[in-house]
Design a protein around this ligand. Structure first.
Ligand SMILES: C[S@@+](CC[C@H](N)C(=O)[O-])C[C@H]1O[C@@H](n2cnc3c(N)ncnc32)[C@H](O)[C@@H]1O
Length: 205
């Protein structure tokens, strides 16, 4: 099982350098675009965590969203993004470890192939960190794989009940269902989630 060291910044930076980026679809994906298209407040603070080359950040920027932040600990994708979107505010590019991000407060965190890239033992910590980064009532939205994979990850798969156990203490489930508009290779293999941050953590029986 890969450890944190195995999936550190050097590991991911190397994957970008060697063009081993099979997750990268080269554009904002349909489920994320459709979700973004129904957002109305253009000044909400939005975080793309483990956002890689940042196609959704680019899309948001093009649509006039002004408070978009792209975070990744690998330098390569952020440099690629800067070359592609030179007018994106430099201070909104956060090159750091997601788990060390403080004290930002966001209205929305968008998820796509970041959760599945983390070592499995960090999943509960991810849920907690998103809770800490969101304002009360803020949302975590995006896609999660809905199946286990035969090959050792990343990506690491999972199941709806497993995910529920991580997120329930911190979020209300506004939407948590099979994704109907996944990109072709991910069809039938993703959940679309919209989770609303609870006011405070809830201890569940
Ligand atoms: C599978 S890629 C997904 C990139 C992007 N979300 C996409 O859909 O194209 C996972 C990304 O998460 C980044 N990453 C992994 N662990 C991280 C961490 N702890 N903090 C910040 N970035 C991280 C990697 O550098 C990589 O860019």
């Amino acid at each position: 099982m890969p450890t944190e060291q195995d999936l550190n910044e050097a590991y991911w930076a190397n994957r970008y350098r060697q063009n081993q980026t099979q997750w990268d679809v080269g554009a904002a994906t349909e489920p994320l675009k459709a979700y973004i298209d129904q957002l109305t407040r253009k000044d909400q603070r939005i975080l793309l965590a483990g956002g890689g080359n940042g196609y959704e950040a680019e899309y948001l920027h093009q649509q006039g969203f002004t408070q978009v932040f792209l975070l990744d600990f690998a330098a390569e994708p952020l440099a690629n993004f800067q070359r592609r979107v030179p007018d994106f505010p430099r201070e909104h590019l956060l090159r750091q470890d997601f788990f060390s991000l403080t004290p930002h407060r966001f209205d929305l965190v968008l998820e796509q192939t970041f959760f599945c890239a983390l070592p499995r033992h960090r999943r509960a910590q991810y849920a907690r960190q998103v809770f800490d980064l969101l304002v009360p009532g803020g949302k975590l939205a995006g896609v999660l794989f809905s199946e286990e994979f035969e090959k050792e990850g990343p990506p690491f798969g999972g199941t709806a009940p497993e995910y529920q156990s991580y997120f329930e203490p911190y979020f209300r489930f506004s939407h948590f269902a099979p994704c109907y508009n996944s990109i072709k290779p991910r069809q039938g293999r993703e959940l679309f989630i919209v989770l609303e941050r609870r006011e405070r953590m809830q201890f569940l029986a």
